[in-house]
Design a binder for this molecule. Structure first.
Ligand code: GLU
Length: 308
């Protein structure tokens, strides 16, 4: 499906599917500042590899907290700079536990199951700090360039709120330090991690940023961030580990690599075709946005773009 009319029609159908569910789910409040968002918002945007952009709802101008969606981009940056070495410090298997679980990390010797859960992402941020000296700065630079939005910043209140309620992440980081797997000081890594998660973005901007994966690693300026093989690997990790403990359900229902965040956003990639950003603040019991998941399911069904 390439046609403008086809996409426009598909998005109208997505809206019809989602409309009566807007407001469903529970807005994350374990980071209190995140709970300030309007639960009735919903946005959806599609950026195609041909350069077209489509959207519905609050898809432009309204920014939301990226949270764990940033984990895809920090992983891509680290793979582009340090190659395979990060895989000595983090595995690539679904965790089957919550994204901030401590007991599995203890049991498995301080090596996180994958880079999409918090301990794995903390290792990636630690590595990105070693690679660049400024992890959040490197991430911002990449996102601004790929989204075509030079003014993407972290929301300082969200970052501070997470810092004030970040004992679980602190515990994960200290546990990994005790196993020798966290190299830089915990406070420094957490500062960058909290600020990275607090970056805000609109659906339209996120869809554009995700094109770097949909284009198999090629950046907006034509240069290559990742080899085709590494882009494929990042998307494989998204598919198997990107939607908390519901990756099997997402593969079944949506059928493309996705990464969600507790801000209610989900980034989905249709390799070679388009990048899709969906956002609705209300989360289901597994932590994925109710409306974003429904919208993505409807979209891949209507446009027949599941990878399976
Ligand atoms: N900043 C959040 C945390 O560390 C990210 C969680 C998420 O979006 O999965 O708890």
């Amino acid at each position: 499906m390439k046609d403008r009319d086809d996409y426009t029609g598909a998005l109208a159908a997505v809206m019809r599917t989602v409309r009566s569910h807007i407001g469903e789910g529970r807005v994350a409040d374990y980071i209190p500042e995140l709970a300030c968002v309007d639960p009735d918002e919903f946005g959806f945007a599609v950026a195609t590899v041909d350069g077209d952009l489509y959207g519905i709802g609050d898809h432009v101008g309204t920014r939301f907290s990226m949270q764990s969606i940033t984990k895809v981009f920090t992983l891509a940056l680290v793979m582009s700079r340090s190659g395979d070495s990060v895989w000595k410090r983090v595995h690539r298997e679904p965790s089957g536990t919550s994204f901030n679980s401590l007991y599995q990390l203890e049991f498995e010797g301080g090596v996180p199951r994958n880079p999409m859960i918090n301990p794995g992402a903390l290792i990636v941020t630690d590595q990105l700090l070693a690679d660049t000296g400024n992890a959040v700065g490197a991430l911002r630079e990449l996102l601004c360039a790929e989204a075509g939005a030079p003014d993407l910043y972290e929301d300082a209140l969200v970052a501070q709120s997470e810092e004030e309620h970040g004992d679980r992440n602190r515990a994960l980081a200290h546990l990994m330090t005790s196993f020798g797997n966290m190299h830089r000081p915990v406070a420094e890594v957490l500062d960058h991690y909290f600020r990275q998660c607090a970056i805000t973005i609109s659906c339209e901007e996120l869809a554009r940023a995700g094109l770097v994966l949909a284009r198999h690693g090629r950046r907006a300026d034509g240069s290559q961030l990742l080899s085709r093989l590494d882009a494929r690997r990042v998307m494989a990790v998204m598919l198997t580990c990107g939607t908390y403990d519901a990756a099997g359900e997402f593969a079944y229902r949506v059928g493309v690599p996705c990464k969600s965040g507790v801000g209610g956003g989900i980034l989905a990639i249709v390799p070679g075709r388009c990048s899709v950003a969906a956002w609705g603040p209300g989360l289901d019991a597994k932590g994925n946005s109710v409306t974003a998941a429904l919208a993505l399911e409807a979209f891949t069904d209507i446009t027949n773009c599941s990878i399976f």
